[in-house]
Design a protein around this ligand. Structure first.
Ligand code: AHG
Ligand code: MN
Ligand code: MN
Length: 329
C-alpha cells in the first residue's frame, strides 16, 4: 500500500500487451504481433520528426542538405519512407498501399499481410503545430505466400481487416488499435521510448454533443446533409468542433461522444476521404468501440473497393448520432 503511494504503476507496455494478447489472433503465429511492433517503432521515429518539424521549417535549407536525402522530403513523404522501411525490414508484409504511392508497393513476397496506410494524416496542420496522425489497416493476403500479388489481395473490404489503428501526434502521442477484440489506447512516454496502456477497452459514448464537419463547402452539400447539419445547429446542447485532422477529430469524438462527417460536395462528388487508408481503419475501430461508420447508406466496412485511392463520403462516431444522420440520408 505504502509502495503504491510513492511509486505509481505506469501500466503495461505495448510490447508486453501485444504478447499477452497474441492468442486472440485467429492465426497466432506471432507475425501480426511483430507487424504491430514494427508500426509502433516506425511511429516513434515519425514522432521524433514531427516534434522537430518547427525547427526544420525555420531552418529549411539545413534540413534539405542532410545526407541520405530523407530530410529533404516533406514530413508526409518522410513518414511514408519511415513506415515503408520498417515494414520492409520486418518481412511480414507482401504489399503496401499508401496515400503517397500511386500503385501498391511490392514488399516481401513471403509476407502474409497486406497493409494500407496514410503515413501522415492532417498534413496541412503540420506547419501550424496542430495535431496530426498516421492511419493503418492490416489484412491477410488471400493468395498463397511466394506467389505474385493478386488484385484480391489488395482490394479487400474493410470487414476483412485483421487489425487497424492510428497514431495521434497530439499534446501527447498515442497509439490506438484493434485486432477485433475491442480497442486499446497507449500513450507514448518519450523519456522511456515506450508506449504504455493508458486507455484500456475504449468505448465510444452512444450519444454525444459534438458534431464535426467542414462547413466551407456547405452550399454544395447534398440537401439531406444540409438538413442534418441544420438539425445539429438547432440542437441547443450540440457543439461544433473541427480540427481538420481526421485522426484528431475522430479521437476526440471517440472519447467524448460525437459525430464526424465528410460528405460529398460539388468539388468532391464522392467526398474527400479515402476508403482504403482512412475510412476503413477508423470504421473498424469505431465499431469495436460501440460506434458506427457509414457512407450515408452503406456500412463502410461492407464497401467493395474497386481502386486503391477510392473516395467515400464518411459518417463516423457515436452510434445514435450516426443513426440519426443516416435517417436524413
Ligand atoms: P491528408 O493530410 O492525409 O491528405 O488528409 C487530410 C484529410 C483529413 O485529415 C481531414 O479530416 C480532412 O482532410 C480535412 O479536409 P478539409 O480541409 O477539406 O476539411
Ligand atoms: Mn489523411
Ligand atoms: Mn496523408
Amino acid at each position: 500500500m505504502e509502495q503504491s503511494r510513492i511509486a505509481h504503476s505506469i501500466g503495461i507496455a505495448l510490447d508486453r500487451f501485444i504478447k499477452n494478447n497474441q492468442e486472440q489472433f485467429q492465426y497466432a503465429s506471432g507475425e501480426l504481433s511483430q507487424l504491430l511492433r514494427d508500426i509502433a517503432l516506425a511511429s516513434k521515429v515519425v514522432n521524433r520528426e514531427v516534434n522537430k518539424a518547427g525547427l526544420i521549417d525555420i531552418m529549411g535549407a539545413l534540413g534539405s542538405q542532410n545526407s541520405g536525402g530523407d530530410e529533404q522530403q516533406k514530413l508526409d513523404v518522410l513518414a511514408n519512407i519511415r513506415f515503408t522501411r520498417a515494414l520492409t525490414k520486418g518481412g511480414e508484409v507482401c504489399a503496401l498501399i499508401s496515400e503517397e504511392s500511386e500503385s501498391f508497393v511490392d514488399l516481401n513476397n513471403e509476407g502474409k499481410y497486406m497493409i494500407a496506410i496514410d503515413p501522415l494524416d492532417g498534413s496541412s496542420n503540420i506547419d501550424v503545430n496542430v495535431s496530426i496522425g498516421t492511419i493503418f489497416s492490416i489484412y491477410r493476403r488471400k493468395s498463397p505466400t511466394g506467389t505474385p500479388i493478386r488484385e484480391e489481395d489488395i482490394l479487400q473490404k474493410g470487414s476483412e481487416q485483421v487489425a487497424s489503428g492510428y497514431i495521434l501526434y497530439g499534446s501527447s502521442t498515442m497509439l490506438v488499435y484493434t485486432t477485433g477484440h475491442g480497442v486499446n489506447g497507449f500513450t507514448y512516454e518519450p523519456t522511456l521510448g515506450e508506449y504504455f496502456l493508458s486507455h484500456p477497452d475504449l468505448k465510444m459514448p452512444e450519444e454525444g454533443k459534438i458534431f464535426s464537419v467542414n462547413e466551407g463547402p456547405a452550399n454544395s452539400f447534398p440537401a439531406a446533409v444540409k438538413q442534418y447539419v441544420q438539425y445539429c445547429k438547432d440542437k441547443e446542447t450540440y457543439i461544433a468542433r473541427y480540427i481538420g485532422s481526421l485522426v484528431a477529430d475522430f479521437h476526440r469524438n471517440m472519447l467524448k461522444g460525437g459525430i464526424y462527417i465528410y460528405p460529398a460536395n460539388s468539388h468532391n462528388p464522392k467526398g474527400k476521404l479515402r476508403l482504403m487508408y482512412e475510412c476503413n481503419a477508423l470504421a473498424f475501430i469505431a465499431e469495436q468501440a460501440g460506434g458506427k461508420a457509414t457512407d450515408g447508406k452503406i456500412r463502410i466496412l461492407d464497401i467493395q473497393p474497386t481502386t486503391l485511392h477510392q473516395r467515400t463520403p464518411f459518417y463516423v462516431g457515436s452510434l445514435r448520432m450516426v443513426e440519426k444522420a443516416e435517417s436524413f440520408c
